[in-house]
Design a protein around this ligand. Structure first.
Ligand code: PLP
Length: 401
């Protein structure tokens, strides 16, 4: 009977089915608490440096206020190609990073959205190793596709273990509808960072099964292992491999609020990507793109400072929590999150809510990152070291009570 339907019932069921993030629930619960130290959201506390803001202001003052290229302004695409060549070397058996591989997007999220739309739609399945950032599943559901959770394995000692994607687990999850595999290394939320050998194994699995890889390597510069950056699919792939990369200016250059990133894809996909941009955002504001060019040109000191601070914070936080004798975690090799549980704690959501009320600490519940994350919480330590040390102290004191 149409008269008993609410207006919501006229919205498409896929949209109504979109999950609400479990991180948002805790955030809404605790956002106004006095004295709370918030480690729940995945962003640093540094504002964008002046030289980046100045470039945007100069573009606006010069009248750059019009529609522009769907793929991004040529200066930005060249700057990204130069950046990739400088930090990722020559990929694909000595090939080149040409500007035609790079497409400006409205943040890393939009790059993922386009990547998903290129390879998966209604009825398709995409493998998502978990714990995973919930937006992967959200982007897939929004595109009509189904995320298939593939729990990673936690191995080794409780307080310094390691997460691992077992290829046999991926094989067991395959169906005739599987189209792609998402690989987020370094990972939000665990900090897991694939080794060169693991990337080779995942690529071989994708090749053998005709799958795309959607590689989210946005935290690649936030790396604490040997070498200047995390291992990348660029190190192991050939030019004809089906790999799409999501990237962003948000973290490396402290630009979360600007909403700019890029998609890296085989150049043959250019026309399809430009269409998807045309019909979604119709491009990234030019002033924002000018800011991004400036960020690449002058941002290496900023990246170095942030990465050094993240490493120090990681070690201080892990040491404080290990001291409780109840810690369960893998020391992150990359990104800026500690994903941890404590003996005797099984309900992530309850733990996160209690830490707000009883410890004055804001954390993200591990259950938001997939069923395997139940019992864990995620702490983002890309903040002032004093705050991170104080969080370690507060949680340890709370556990001792
Ligand atoms: N990918 C991962 C793993 C992330 O953690 C984030 C942001 O937190 C993004 C992509 C997207 O970043 P943005 O849309 O802010 O550029």
């Amino acid at each position: 009977d149409p008269t008993t339907l609410s207006i919501l019932d006229h919205v498409r069921p896929e949209v109504r089915a979109l999950p609400t993030s479990g991180i948002v629930e805790v955030f809404d619960y605790g956002r106004n608490r006095q004295g709370l130290i918030p480690l729940w959201v995945g962003e640093g506390d540094l504002s964008t440096p002046g030289f980046i803001c100045d470039a945007a202001a100069a573009a606006l003052a010069a009248g750059e206020t019009f529609y522009t290229y769907q793929a991004g302004i040529p200066d930005l695409r060249s700057a990204i190609a130069g950046y990739m060549e400088a930090h990722y070397g020559r990929p694909f058996d000595g090939g080149h990073f040409g500007p035609e591989r790079f497409f400006a997007t409205v943040g890393g999220m939009h790059a993922l959205q386009i990547a998903v739309r290129l390879v998966a739609g209604t009825g398709d399945e995409v493998l998502v190793p978990t714990p995973a950032w919930p937006n992967f599943g959200g982007a897939l559901v929004a595109a009509g596709a189904a995320p298939v959770e593939c729990p990673m394995r936690f191995e080794g000692e409780a307080d310094h273990g390691r997460w691992r994607i077992a290829v046999e687990d991926l094989e067991a999850a395959l169906t005739p509808r599987t189209r792609a595999l998402i690989v987020n290394s370094p990972s939000n939320p665990t900090g897991w960072t694939a080794t060169h050998g693991e990337l080779e194994g995942l690529l071989a699995f994708a090749r053998a099964n005709g799958l795309w890889i959607v590689a989210d390597e946005i935290y690649g510069r936030f790396f604490h292992g040997p070498g200047p950056r995390a291992p990348s699919f660029h190190d192991v792939m050939r030019a004809d491999d089906r790999v799409l990369f999501a990237q962003t200016f948000s973290k490396n250059w402290a630009m979360t609020g600007w909403r700019i990133g890029w998609l890296e894809a085989p150049p043959e996909l250019g026309p399809a990507i430009e269409n998807l941009v045309q019909y979604s955002t119709s491009g990234v504001p030019v002033a924002t793109q000018r800011a991004a060019v400036a960020a690449i040109a002058g941002g290496e000191d900023l990246i170095r400072t942030q990465v050094e601070r993240a490493r120090a914070n990681r070690d201080l936080l892990a040491a404080a929590l290990r001291g409780t004798g109840r810690l369960r975690c893998a020391l992150p090799d990359g990104a800026f999150y500690l994903f941890c549980g404590f003996d005797g704690v099984t309900d992530s959501r309850a733990l996160a809510l209690r830490l707000v009320d009883e410890a004055g600490v804001g954390v993200a519940p591990g259950s938001a990152f997939g069923a395997i994350g139940e019992g864990f919480v995620r702490l983002c330590y890309a903040r002032r070291t004093e705050d991170v040390v104080e969080v370690g102290r507060r949680i340890a004191a709370w556990l001792a009570r």
